[in-house]
Write a new protein. Structure first.
Length: 119
């Protein structure tokens, strides 16, 4: 299986899951969640879906519970929308890179103002 194909499939799955989360999932536990990236296994049978969820730890936990609950629906929709021999098994993984970037920006602004950055 070519690396380029795995990348194309990952991008297609990312777009479809993003659309499903914003338009199809009605679970109130799945608040503001966005797909950051998708990594496919070389055989395209497994997908790691990195999700950025906003809110405190309780809200994030509930978001991931909602995503786990909707996993079957999401896989069914992916299978319906994308032509693949096998619909990949999905694993949702928390991605905190957006929060990390925001924290770094806040520290840099504090340093530029001459303030001591937060610990």
């Amino acid at each position: 299986m070519s690396f380029e194909r795995a990348q194309r499939v990952a991008e297609a799955i990312k777009e479809e899951i993003s659309d499903i989360l914003s338009n199809e999932i009605k679970d109130p536990r799945v608040g503001f969640a966005s797909v950051v990236r998708v990594e496919m296994s070389p055989d395209l049978r497994y997908a790691k879906v990195y999700i950025s969820a906003m809110g405190d730890e309780k809200a994030k936990t509930e978001t991931f519970r909602g995503l786990e609950s909707a996993k079957g629906f999401i896989r069914t929709e992916i299978g319906r929308r994308i032509r693949l021999r096998f619909v990949p098994e999905i694993t949702f993984i928390e991605d905190s890179s957006i929060e990390y970037g925001t924290r770094i920006n806040r520290i840099l602004k504090d340093l530029n103002r001459g303030d001591s950055p937060d610990a």
